[in-house]
Design a protein around this ligand. Structure first.
Ligand SMILES: Nc1ncnc2c1ncn2[C@@H]1O[C@H](COP(=O)(O)OP(=O)(O)OP(=O)(O)O)[C@@H](O)[C@H]1O
Length: 602
């Protein structure tokens, strides 16, 4: 419940005075509704169904006296006009209130959506290392929808409560004894129905878990669809999917059963109560007919409100877990915000003069577990030189690069750029703004080549784009595409080959004119000819840019000024390429001989 109130306070902040205007309109609408209903009694009196002068109705007695003194030709149109005016006015007011309500909810949801998205983007990389990506999709679409629905339900419930309180006040005025009986019955029933509210919450928790699995499953399966198709794994996935959707159906029906059960109890009890009231009112209390009709009118309007509130409470409870999920994610990313905003990152740059150094750095992905991904690392990446990081798979190369880029921070030791610690946000900000990064599995948007390139420099002209494409040996294949720079490259760039994707991302990195270029296995998918072209391009950049290159294929780094060899999270050798290749007992020369041996076998 405290998560719900957190969001209600937020809606209060977002909507401000509009929320109170909304409440006031609700009050007015319910007041008009009550008065409109009241007017039925004099109308019935006019057509002779009721004794109007009994004086048993407190508010109506003087009014009915007045109406009675007029002729029927005058009183009938007057009372009918008042009826039309009041209920017509109420209908118009109701429309404005509905629109106001929708506006409040929508601006709240927009704020929540934007805050969550921006908050997620500002979270540190380490936060993403621990989370499932599908959970973000789940919260941003499914849970946000449930929070939206839950908030609407809550506001509806407040409206309903205001209506109900007013109608109770009216009913109390007319007949305290009968109204108290209705109220007591309502309260007893509400206490009994608490179990349905609790059950709804449990079903809602199950809904959250199931939809989380659903989101995770479908994003995994469609992400890995090629593996599924080529390994004929469809059957097991379909089996998983059917089982989960069966559970989801059961969960949905279970809520329907709980909700309809409480509804049927309320409806049955209303029938029994009306019969009991009639008996007590007519046989015991000898209530006058006009009062009886008014109370029955009120009862038939009040009881459905009780039913509505009960149903609202159950639906709200079933959506509470979504509030909790959303709040939990918010708390998690709020605790791991980068002080630097994404806008600032691009703004300041660092012209590296000395280089980046790691002093006695150790890092664990999970500090609760004993394994270190990096242990006692002591390296210096000289500015404006090419540094290569090599080693077996799992040696810690990517982790070291992430540390050098300030994406993760060491558990022990320090990383410095030009002697200033990356713990200092300004320095980190400047460093990040100066990096061009190309990953092994580069990411491209399902947009045109021009759009993908201009992401890093929206003002880049066609000439600049072609220059970057020439650099990355991509100009030739882009020229051959029917729409050139305007070719849309498909989801994550699927319409391109792996090597073409890598070259485009390299072009994008270069277009940023970085002072530090980081290539993490960025040429692994290239054929020898294109790899050579890129090697030559990188060679031309030497001296003007700091380059950090991770490569399994050692031919890629034969021009490197400095080589760092890693094994099991440690640096086991470092020095110039030539120097290391000549140390015959060293790990680097072993790696070289394995690779040349493998090449000779081919
Ligand atoms: N997100 C992560 N969570 C937990 N452990 C991780 C994570 N990423 C990497 N590791 C572990 O850290 C160690 C170093 O991984 P890293 O990716 O840095 O190696 P690498 O040398 O780049 O390997 P490769 O050449 O295969 O890319 C490995 O033992 C790996 O299992």
């Amino acid at each position: 419940m405290k998560d719900l109130f957190y969001y209600i306070r937020k809606i209060q902040r977002v909507a401000g005075g509009k929320l109170y205007l909304n409440m006031s309109m609700t009050l007015l609408i319910s007041l008009l509704d009550g008065i409109g209903m009241y007017l039925i009694v004099p109308l019935l009196g006019m057509i002779g169904l009721l004794q109007m002068d009994s004086g048993s109705l407190p508010f109506l007695a003087p009014l009915t006296g007045l109406i009675h003194s007029w002729s029927l030709q005058l009183s009938l149109p007057l009372v009918l006009a008042a009826y039309v005016l009041i209920l017509g006015g109420q209908a118009l007011l109701q429309r404005s209130q509905t629109l106001l309500n929708a506006g409040i909810i929508q601006s709240f949801i927009r704020t929540l959506r934007t805050e969550t998205y921006e908050g997620l983007l500002r979270a540190k990389w380490e936060f993403y290392l621990r989370k499932r990506r599908s959970d973000f999709n789940h919260v941003m679409s499914n849970e946000l929808g449930r929070v939206n629905y839950g908030t609407t339900l809550f506001l509806q419930m407040v409206t309903s409560l205001i209506f109900t309180v007013l109608q109770i006040a009216l009913a109390l005025w007319l007949s305290p004894a009968l109204t108290v009986m209705v109220l007591v019955s309502g309260i007893v029933l509400a206490l009994f129905a608490r179990r349905f509210v609790r059950r709804s919450k449990r079903i809602g928790e199950e809904t959250t878990e199931l939809s989380k699995h659903y989101f995770a499953g479908i994003s995994d399966h469609f992400g890995g669809i090629k593996d599924i198709k080529s390994n004929r794994l469809e059957a097991s996935h379909i089996h998983w999917f059917r089982k989960l959707t069966d559970q989801m159906e059961h969960n949905f029906l279970e809520f329907g059963r709980v909700n309809s059960m409480s509804q049927v109890i309320y409806r049955l009890s209303s029938v029994v109560l009306i019969a009991a009231f009639m008996y007590v009112a007519i046989a015991v209390l000898h209530t006058p007919a006009e009062q009886l009709i008014t109370v029955v009118l009120i009862f038939t309007r009040l009881w459905p409100r009780f039913i509505g509130i009960q149903s609202n409470m159950e639906q709200l409870s079933s959506n509470l877990p979504a509030f909790h999920d959303m709040r939990k994610l918010q708390q998690e990313y709020e605790a791991e915000q980068e002080l630097i905003s994404p806008e600032e990152v691009g703004a300041s740059k660092l012209a590296l003069v000395d280089g980046i150094s790691c002093t006695d750095v150790s890092y664990r992905y999970n500090p609760k577990e004993p394994q270190y991904a990096l242990r006692d690392i002591h390296v210096h990446i000289p500015a404006n030189r090419m540094t290569a990081i090599v080693g077996k798979s799992g040696a810690g190369k990517s982790t070291l690069v992430d540390l050098l880029m300030g994406l993760i921070h060491p558990e022990e030791g320090e990383v410095r750029a030009d002697g200033v610690s990356l713990q200092r946000e300004r320095q980190l900000l400047a460093l990040r703004g100066s990096i061009g990064y190309v990953a092994q599995d580069p990411f491209l948007f399902n947009e045109s080549i021009r759009y993908n390139l201009q992401l890093v420099d929206p003002n880049a002209q066609d000439d600049d784009l072609w220059q970057a494409l020439e650099f990355s040996a991509s100009a030739e294949f882009v020229r051959k595409l029917s729409q050139g720079l305007d070719t849309v490259i498909g989801d994550r760039g699927v319409r391109l080959s792996g090597g073409e994707r890598q070259r485009l991302v390299l072009a994008r990195a270069i277009l940023k004119r970085p002072s530090i270029l980081v290539l993490d296995e960025a040429t692994s998918a290239l054929d020898s000819e294109n790899e050579l072209l890129i090697q030559q391009a990188l060679e031309r950049l030497k001296g003007s840019m700091t380059m950090i290159v991770i490569a399994h294929r050692l031919s890629t780094i034969r021009n490197a000024d400095h080589v760092i060899v890693m094994e099991q999270g440690k640096v086991i050798q470092q020095g110039g390429y030539l120097q290391l290749s000549q140390e015959s007992k060293g790990s680097f020369s072993k790696l070289l001989s394995y690779q040349s041996g493998a090449q000779m076998q081919v």
